[in-house]
Ligand binder design. Structure first.
Ligand SMILES: C[SH](C)CC(=O)O
Length: 266
């Protein structure tokens, strides 16, 4: 029998995540733009994607996943992004902090912390890796905050302390945002606020900030990945700018696979 094509080797499936993620829309347009009509994008979740990646990687089997940086998978496995000559997945991006209108007047201390919040991929990876190795997210966050008092002091500089006021954060269960949202929740709790974190899909996360039922999220992958949400909710949120710089999204495969470009999937 002849050699199996990469498509046959993965049953023409790309393992995706939750349907509202921008990377899913980007992957659907990549399937179209690169003429991959035989291929299907499998919807699921961040956790299901990393479970499928582990299963294939441990048996050195082929797999193609929707991937992003920062993420612990690059420290754990030898992976590579498939080249994207048509630039469908965009270039280097940032993660923005997004606040509801009126937050600055209602909870100035919370607004100050969110406005000052800025950390690096290394910081996020430290928390993400601890969580991936079994530490509870709130414990991994507390540990990072204790070990990074100087950086946290920059965030809380000038911030009014809380007196038990409720703060509602929303996030999507992407490993990156589980890490960041638990860290910010820890910092705000230490400052005296009562913080609730709701885990939702990307659509409801942006909707919550726009309709004011959520105070903020720190998961705005911009300018390209969440461009549709920015357009949909134009004028109904305040973009506090980047809290992390140098992100990337794309199709990711184990380095043991011979393919190097999305073009090779044809
Ligand atoms: C999955 S990335 C963390 C963000 C996105 O694709 O919406």
């Amino acid at each position: 029998a002849g050699t199996t094509s990469v498509g046959e080797s993965v049953e023409y499936e790309i393992v995706g995540i939750d349907p509202g993620a921008g990377i899913m829309k980007a992957t659907s347009s990549a399937i179209e733009e690169y003429g991959l009509e035989d291929w299907t994008l499998v919807e699921g979740s961040g956790a299901a994607m990393t479970a499928a990646l582990k299963k294939a990687y441990d048996k050195e089997e082929p797999i193609i996943v929707t991937g992003w940086t920062p993420h612990w998978k690059f420290a754990k496995y030898d992976l590579k992004y498939l080249e994207d000559p048509k630039g469908i997945f965009g270039g280097e991006e940032n993660i923005h902090s997004i606040a509801r209108l009126g937050l600055k007047d209602d909870l100035p201390g919370v607004y100050t912390v969110l406005n000052n919040f800025f950390w690096t991929a290394d910081d996020m990876n430290t928390v993400m890796s601890d969580i991936q190795e079994g530490t509870k997210p709130e414990e991994a966050a507390a540990k990072w905050v204790e070990e990074n008092t100087e950086k946290v002091a920059e965030w809380t500089d000038g911030a009014e302390k809380g007196n038990g006021e409720e703060v509602k954060l929303a996030y999507v269960a992407w490993d990156s945002e589980i890490a960041s949202t638990n860290v910010i929740a820890n910092v705000l709790k230490d400052l005296g606020y009562k913080v609730s974190m709701s885990q939702v899909e990307a659509g409801p996360m942006w909707t919550g900030v726009a309709d004011g039922s959520v105070d903020a999220h720190i998961a705005g992958w911009l300018p390209v990945t969440h461009a549709d949400y920015v357009k949909e909710f134009e004028g109904k949120f305040e973009d506090l700018g980047a809290n992390l710089e140098g992100t990337k999204i794309g199709l990711v495969v184990p380095s043991y696979m011979e393919i190097d470009s999305i073009e090779d999937l044809k």
